[in-house]
Structure formats: structure tokens, C-alpha cells
Design a protein around this ligand. Structure first.
Ligand code: BGC
Length: 450
């Protein structure tokens, strides 16, 4: 008995003093953090919704979603005027420790999202730090977060950090937008990403994944190569070089499917020649990220890197989902009748009509994929649908025409934006969208008591 006691004290001490060494895939053999702020929001709507739909909504509380550190105030959980509005980063991590099962690691998925001049090609998620504010980013944002992550009390939490969605991809395709041209010429995005990677990689229980947009954005041959070059060079410029990152992530907050099951077999014109693909060879995230894996390994990154895909909103279920491939022999008709992605145009990104919750979070779904994860919490808006509404907690958030249900797609005016009406600011709860996401979930969510 006494020996057992001594042994267990010794094991506990060893665990505290020697945190586990960095692992290849942080998602293997873990449980995952459930964010009580998010769960609370979902529960509230589920309780107010009668019948089986309410039960399906309640199922969503069982899946992990990312915590977005989208402002300096998110670290302390306070609004611009200092009022406490959400859990602080320490409260999240303390709760993760409380949720952790003995002897089993827990993953804490979070998003680093606060670069100066953020969201340079759009207005919906403009950030609080203007162009030129790289020192603030380093000292008031990354520095304090890294300090918290380094607290030995959190050494048993595997912190998975998604690094700055959309930032480097915007430097590949959107340089004709003046804000993106500035982000490029000043070097602030690259410097910020490198700083974040340097700081976070030093902490052995923090795992970093760099954003790669999605197949419908960067899949074209003319963008794919430059994306790989820019991002590989950025990584090589960090202190630990190619060893800095644990992998890459695609489709953050997106709705591009992991797999398009019915569009691949077609004789006649190539699939990529259809208007919907516009010569982009990648129709889905699995083919795109598999090719990205090969490209980054060819650039000298270690073969242990793994890919993540955000599957929180790319399910495309519901009544409009095709169940078989079209029999049409005309490529456009074939693609339009076969594709599960029901957007009029693949560039639509704001509160897309018809999208549903996608694959549930899963570990190693395909070779070289570390996990499918839910990064965008289903039910949180992508951007406000009307002008002249200010978010008091985050006044930098703007109105982007791509979120206007009555406008046309900015870059492709022959298509509609496909945005839902009645949307609040980015990150705010959008009850109607949550309802549709649950109804259109694929695989469907099944009603039942929890
Ligand atoms: C918003 C963030 C929010 C995140 C998750 C982003 O589009 O800008 O404020 O936390 O989405 O909903």
C-alpha cells in the first residue's frame, strides 16, 4: 500500500517536471476540450427548439470547437471598455485541465487571429490592429499568449494553434487590393506569422498548423505553386526552420467539401473545364491537401507534417444534396447536377445559404491528415449582412458586400453572393444559420437523448 502511494507520488512528480515530449500527431489518443461558452450558446437554442430538431442541436454540444483569440481582449475575456464578456484564455485552459481525464492527454484547439491589417481583402473580420502595428501584435498579443501557454501547469494540455487564417493566402491572390498590397510590401504578415511560430514552437506542448486557404481559392496552378513558395519560405525563415510547424490546415471557416463524391468520373471534357471549377484542378479538400502535403515535403518540410481540414460547415446535406452522379454528357450540366457544393460560385464565403455541418471531428481520416476538426464554431456568423451596424466590442468589424444577400459576388458579378439575410457581425451568434447548419448536416445528426 505504502509503496503504491510512493510510486504514484513519484509518477505525478515526474509528469509535472517532465512534460510529455512533442508527439507526431497531437490528436492521437486524446480527448478534446469543449468550450463552455460555445456549449452554453448551443444548449440555449436547443432548449428553445421543440422536437427532434432541438435534440439534433443538442448533439452539437458534444463536439469540440476552436477557441478564437481574435482580439487582445480575448486573452482576458474583456470588451474594449474592460467589461468581462467571455472566458479568459487562462479560464479556458483551467477548464481544459478540469475536463482532462487522468492519464489521457487533452487537445485544446485555438486560433491565432490578430495580425495588423487583418483580413486585408475583406471588411467583415477587419482586426483591431491597423497596418503598421506589428510591435503591438508581438508585445500585447503573441507575447502574453505565449507566456500563458508556457505556464508549467498547462504542460499536459496539447495546445493546437491554427495560425492566422487567410493572411498569407491573401498575399498570393489579392495584391490588387491596396490593403493586401500594403500587408505584402511592409512584410507585416510574414513577420507576424514568423514571430508567432517562433514563440509558440519554443513551447513543447504547443503544435502549430499554418493556414492554406482552401481548394476553391488557391487550387489553380497559377496560385498553388506561389502559395507553396511563399509559405515554405516564411517557415524556413523561422528559428527552427522547416521543423517549426506540425502541419497545415485548410477550409478554415469555409464550406468546400472534403470530398465531392459524384463529380470525378466523366468522359469528354475535363471536369476542371466546367464553369464551376473554371480550370481549377482541385474539386475538394482531400485532393487539394494531399497535393499540398507532397508539395511541402518536396520543399524540404519533414514527412511527419500532417494536414487538418475544418469540417464544421462543409457537409452540404439536406434536400438539395445530389445522391448520384448526373447522367448528362455536357460538362456544365454534369457538374451542376452532381456536385454536393450547392454554392452558385466557389468564391462565396459569407454565411452561405444551404451549407450544413460536415464530418464530425476525427483523427487520421486519410493518409497524411492528422484530423478533421471544427475550427469555425457552427452558428457563429461570418459577417454582418447590413451596413451601418457597429459591434461595440469589436468596432473594427465592418460590412462586406460579400455578406449582403442582395448583392452580387464582388469578383464575379454574374453570380449572387449566396449570403443569408439577417446576419450579425462576424463571430456573433446567428440562430437562423445554426438551425440550417443542423438541418443540413451531412452525415446527418441523429436525434436522441444525450
Ligand atoms: C471572426 C472572429 C470569430 C471567428 C469565429 C471570425 O470570422 O472575425 O471574431 O471569433 O470568426 O466565429
Amino acid at each position: 500500500m505504502f509503496t503504491m502511494l510512493i510510486l504514484s507520488i513519484l509518477i505525478k512528480t515526474a509528469q509535472a517536471v517532465f512534460p510529455e515530449p512533442r508527439v507526431d500527431n497531437p490528436f492521437v489518443g486524446t480527448t478534446s476540450y469543449l468550450n463552455p461558452d460555445y456549449v452554453g450558446q448551443v444548449k440555449k437554442q436547443a432548449t428553445q427548439t421543440a422536437g427532434s430538431l432541438g435534440e439534433e442541436m443538442a448533439q452539437v454540444t458534444t463536439y469540440p470547437t476552436a477557441v478564437w483569440m481574435d482580439r487582445i481582449g480575448a486573452i482576458t475575456g474583456t470588451s474594449a471598455d474592460g467589461t468581462k464578456i467571455a472566458m479568459s484564455l487562462r479560464e479556458h485552459l483551467d477548464t481544459a485541465l478540469a475536463q482532462k481525464l487522468p492519464g489521457k492527454p487533452i487537445t485544446f484547439l485555438m486560433v491565432v487571429y490578430n495580425l495588423p491589417n487583418r483580413d486585408c481583402h475583406a471588411l467583415a473580420s477587419n482586426g483591431e490592429i491597423p497596418h503598421g502595428g506589428i510591435e503591438r501584435y508581438k508585445t500585447e498579443y503573441i507575447g502574453p499568449m505565449a507566456e500563458i501557454f508556457s505556464d508549467p501547469k498547462y504542460a499536459d494540455i496539447r495546445i493546437v494553434a491554427v495560425i492566422e487564417p487567410d493572411s498569407l493566402p491573401n498575399l498570393v491572390t489579392n495584391l490588387s487590393t491596396p490593403a493586401c498590397a500594403k500587408a505584402k510590401s511592409s512584410g507585416e504578415y510574414v513577420e507576424g506569422v514568423q514571430y508567432a511560430l517562433n514563440k509558440l514552437h519554443q513551447i513543447s506542448n504547443v503544435y502549430t498548423y499554418v493556414d492554406l486557404g482552401h481548394s476553391g481559392w488557391l487550387g489553380w496552378d497559377s496560385s498553388f505553386g506561389p502559395t507553396v513558395t511563399l509559405i515554405a519560405d516564411t517557415i524556413k525563415g523561422t528559428q527552427a526552420g522547416v521543423n517549426t510547424v506540425d502541419g497545415f490546415v485548410s477550409n478554415t471557416s469555409g464550406s468546400t467539401p472534403v470530398v465531392e463524391p459524384f463529380v470525378k468520373e466523366f468522359t469528354g471534357s475535363p471536369i476542371r473545364s466546367a464553369d464551376f471549377y473554371d480550370w481549377n484542378p482541385y474539386v475538394d479538400e482531400v485532393s487539394y491537401m494531399s497535393a499540398m502535403y507532397d508539395a511541402f515535403v518536396a520543399e524540404g518540410l519533414p514527412s511527419r507534417i500532417g494536414m487538418l481540414v475544418d469540417t464544421s460547415r462543409n457537409g452540404w446535406g439536406g434536400p438539395n444534396r445530389p445522391t448520384v452522379a448526373s447522367t448528362s454528357t455536357e460538362v456544365n450540366t454534369f457538374v451542376d447536377e452532381s456536385r454536393i457544393d450547392r454554392r452558385p460560385h466557389r468564391g462565396g464565403w459569407c454565411n452561405q445559404i444551404g451549407m450544413g455541418i460536415g464530418e464530425r471531428p476525427v483523427v487520421e481520416p486519410y493518409e497524411h491528415f492528422d484530423a478533421f476538426v471544427w475550427i469555425k464554431p457552427p452558428g457563429e456568423s461570418d459577417g454582418v449582412s447590413e451596413a451601418d451596424i457597429v459591434d461595440p466590442d469589436d468596432p473594427a468589424k465592418g460590412f462586406d458586400g460579400m455578406c449582403d444577400p442582395n448583392a452580387t459576388n464582388r469578383d464575379n458579378p454574374q453570380y449572387s453572393t449566396n449570403a443569408m439575410a439577417g446576419a450579425p457581425h462576424a463571430g456573433r451568434w446567428f440562430a437562423e444559420q445554426f438551425r440550417v447548419l443542423v438541418e443540413n448536416a451531412y452525415p446527418p445528426l441523429s436525434p436522441g437523448q444525450l
